[in-house]
Design a binder for this molecule. Structure first.
Ligand code: NAD
Length: 526
């Protein structure tokens, strides 16, 4: 295929709303000519002002000559590509594609920017569905780098290749996706919101604690609630509902009543001034002092640690904070940490530790694949056992702690002080299956594994799309490689056991990778 030359290429864009005008701006930035069609006069006018302002800001005001805002679709007879960004309504889109098919030269590829409809079904309205594909841009389209190029059931290989080159010529990173509900990003991101909402609904923690854990421990740019407020609770709910309906009730996509109620009461997030937070964000008159973690000096005592991969980085953290890490019970340790996955080992260790250690030595046990209620049941003094998230303690400045059923008076305050002295801000939640980050990240990885198994895209492509489309610090499958497939599987099995729900069933592909010992993203093949 010959290289695309924007200087001699005219793009026809249908719909001059949020997405159409954003795509037009990207096209003008990159030197294309544009015909931008809309049926509404105001929409054309607003788009014109938007384009002018943005082009002027970049000193590209003269590029405005290259755009024609039109109210007559017949002028698409000479365009070289069409991108449709009309409202998300199958009837409107099918009618438009039937007209475009008749109007545009037969060799011209036709693309839809639909986010939830099937490209294959839209294409069925044309006489040649082979010329139709999807180009799913992200809002704001002139800024965000990702375009999902959707291969409909009938899309010809040459058409797909032209849409990929078009996306590149628009300065975007294209990823090719099979035409399946939610494509990659809108599908794989569902658990980020869905699991956070369930944690909130179960009273595991409040909105702010969950956001702080996800941002601080997982290095996500925004926690799920802050992000839902930004996206709009109604838009986020509609995406969830669409996935649920398109899959005829897949439990992983079941919308949450909290979101539905918020939409009913018009608490839609930033745009209405009220969502999970209120806007403009009110600063408390006297903000509660954020405890500054104080790293310790060296040589301040011992930490007893047993770790088998469920607490990567714990030794580095504690030795960095001045403790000498040991797995021998000789001298009295300041703290005992059990970051072990295997039940039998935990069952033996915990009673032995409580017998050996004075009552004021805290015993911490990782709780990503076993509740603290269960682990502490193996002890004579269950109130001594503190749960924690060992998997995400390495990177962040926080530590996620779980209180035992009946915690001794003052024990929590003493532990808070100790954690601050060890350089971690403590955040407490209830004893909740798979905690916060292990649960969210395992479910993201599981969703990605389902998508690989269903042939939506390959593992690398899915990870790239998630990093570019929703700015995740790591792709879900990179995360799975980092945590270990076996461990992700154990977390999911724990969730499924605790809830007894299909929602948490591990993807068949994930089980297969665990069995075959796949350990890197390149090894995660279907
Ligand atoms: P929008 O409502 O801002 O714009 C739609 C425009 O289409 C309006 O200006 C409207 O006047 C015009 N229109 C209505 N009927 C038309 C017709 N028959 N012919 C031509 N124009 C017509 O909507 P939007 O947010 O830009 O979304 C457009 C498409 O992009 C939808 O399919 C949506 O799912 C998809 N999308 C939206 C986003 C987003 O974040 N907004 C992101 C990705 C994809």
């Amino acid at each position: 295929m010959t290289e695309l030359d924007p200087a001699t290429t005219t793009l026809g864009i249908v719909g001059a709303g949020t997405m159409g005008s954003g795509i037009a701006l990207a096209a003008l930035y990159h030197g294309f000519s544009v015909r931008l069609y809309d049926v509404v006069e105001d929409a054309r006018q607003n788009a014109s002002t938007y384009l002018q302002n943005h082009l002027d800001r970049k000193g590209l005001g003269d590029r405005l000559d290259r755009v024609a805002l039109i109210d007559d679709l017949d002028r698409f007879s000479e365009v070289d590509f069409v991108i449709e960004a009309a409202p998300e309504d199958l009837g409107i889109k099918q009618e438009l594609f039937a007209r475009l098919d008749a109007l545009c030269r037969p060799t011209i590829p036709l693309a839809t920017n639909t986010s939830t409809l099937s490209v294959t079904v839209i294409a069925a309205a044309t006489s040649n569905p082979g010329r139709v594909g999807g180009m799913h841009f992200f809002n704001p389209a002139a800024v965000l780098p990702l375009v999902e190029v959707i291969e409909g059931a009938d899309t010809e290989a040459e058409v797909l290749a032209s849409l990929v080159s078009l996306a590149s010529a628009l300065g975007k990173t294209p990823v090719v996706v099979r035409d399946t509900p939610g494509f990659i990003v809108n599908r794989v991101a569902r658990p980020f919101y869905g699991e956070a909402l369930r944690l909130l609904g179960e009273g595991a923690a409040d909105v702010e604690t969950i956001d702080r854990l996800v941002e601080g421990g997982g290095r996500f740019r925004m926690g799920p609630f802050r992000l839902m407020d930004l996206i709009g609770i109604d838009i986020n709910l509609a995406a969830m509902q669409s996935m649920y309906e398109q899959t005829f009730g897949e439990p992983r996509y079941r919308p949450h009543w909290i979101q539905a109620r918020m939409v009913q009461q018009s608490a839609l997030g930033r745009k209405t001034g009220r969502g999970f937070y209120t806007y403009p964000e009110t600063q408390p008159e006297k903000p509660a002092p954020e405890p500054e973690p104080k790293p310790r000096q060296a040589g301040r005592g011992n930490a007893f640690i047993v770790e088998d991969g469920w607490g990567p980085g714990i030794r580095d953290w504690l030795s960095g904070a001045g403790l000498t890490c040991t797995d021998q019970l000789g001298e009295r340790p300041e703290i005992a940490v059990v970051a072990v996955g295997e039940a039998e080992q935990v069952r033996q260790l915990l009673p032995a530790l409580e017998a050996e250690l004075e009552a004021d030595v805290p015993i911490l046990c990782q709780a990503a694949n076993r509740s603290i209620a269960e682990s502490s049941g193996w002890m004579h003094s269950p109130e001594r056992l503190i749960g924690f998230d060992g998997l995400f303690v390495a990177d962040g400045a926080m530590i996620h702690l779980v209180a035992p059923p009946r915690m001794a008076q003052g024990a929590r305050e003493r532990l808070d002080t100790m954690m601050l002295n060890l350089g971690r801000v403590p955040l407490w939640t209830k004893d909740s299956p798979a905690l916060v980050l292990p649960r969210i990240v395992a479910m993201l990885a599981n969703e990605a594994a389902f998508a690989v198994g269903e042939g939506v895209a390959d593992a690398r492509t899915i990870d790239r799309a998630m990093r570019l489309g929703v700015s995740y610090p790591l792709g879900p499958l990179e995360w799975m490689a980092k945590l270990g497939v076996e461990r992700v599987l154990h977390i999911l099995e724990h969730l499924q056991r605790e809830y007894g729900e299909e929602r948490y069933r591990p993807a068949p592909m994930l089980r297969r990778w665990a069995r075959t010992g796949a350990s890197s993203v390149d090894g995660f093949i279907a």
